[in-house]
Write a protein that binds this ligand. Structure first.
Ligand code: DX5
Ligand code: ZN
Length: 212
């Protein structure tokens, strides 16, 4: 199980220190929540912050675009050092176009669905995806409660993956702690995102170890 801490819950006055703590804890992946105040009712940070943090760590940069018109900002996040770029199914008219554009840069392509969006809408795109992100909270804020509806969606994605031999990683994001991580692991999830649980814990290394 890969644990990707969400930078949204880090201390924005001490980002370099928090990145160092994740490096010391041996963290492999960093989840970067990009919010535009339009697709979601919150504004977080943009590609310039991602670019600033890039040289500080070898962690895989997992960029979660909770923005309208992701195509418009794709190049900025590629140049900032993203390794995965995940956009929202609900934010675009033509997911194929975005997936193709991301992969043309040699970056891994992910798509995310909100709690009320069924897995079935993703079926045409599954053969081309490197990652599918199941939101277990309404996107926009850290610190929310895990929504159980995510569990059957993970199971469904796992079944489709096994049935068709697809390559995508299954990632879950929102309200992950040492209890909910067991539910999503059992359902077939490969990566969990955790913000509050990791950064509110007195010892980041211990928090990560608990989830792993
Ligand atoms: C919510 C973000 C999540 C969130 C996770 O829109 O996509 O990544 O930061 O935070 P917790 O783990 O506190 O729910
Ligand atoms: Zn996220």
């Amino acid at each position: 199980m890969i644990v990707a801490p969400s930078l949204l819950s880090a201390n924005f006055a001490h980002l370099a220190r928090d990145i160092d703590r994740l490096n010391e804890a041996g963290c492999q992946m960093l989840h970067l929540d990009i919010m535009d105040g339009h697709f979601v009712p919150n504004i977080s940070f943009g590609s310039s912050i991602v670019k600033t943090l890039r040289p500080l760590t070898k962690m895989v940069f997992d960029v979660h675009l909770m923005i309208s018109d992701p195509l418009k900002y794709l190049t900025d996040f590629v140049h900032a050092g993203a390794d995965y770029i995940t956009f929202h199914y609900e934010a675009v008219d033509n997911p194929f176009r975005i997936i193709k554009a991301i992969k043309a840069f040699g970056i891994k392509a992910g798509i995310s669905i909100k709690p009320n969006t069924p897995v079935s809408v993703l079926e045409p795109f599954l053969p081309f995806l490197d990652l599918v992100l199941v939101m277990s909270v309404e996107p926009g804020f850290g610190g929310q409660t895990f929504m159980m509806g995510a569990v059957p969606k993970i199971k469904q994605l796992k079944a489709l993956k096994d049935q068709h031999n697809y390559n995508y990683l299954i990632q879950v994001d929102g309200g992950i702690n040492n209890q909910t991580v067991l539910l999503v692991k059992e359902a077939g999830c490969d990566i969990v995102v955790a913000g509050t649980y990791v950064f509110s814990h007195p010892n980041i290394k211990e928090a990560l170890a608990n989830l792993e």
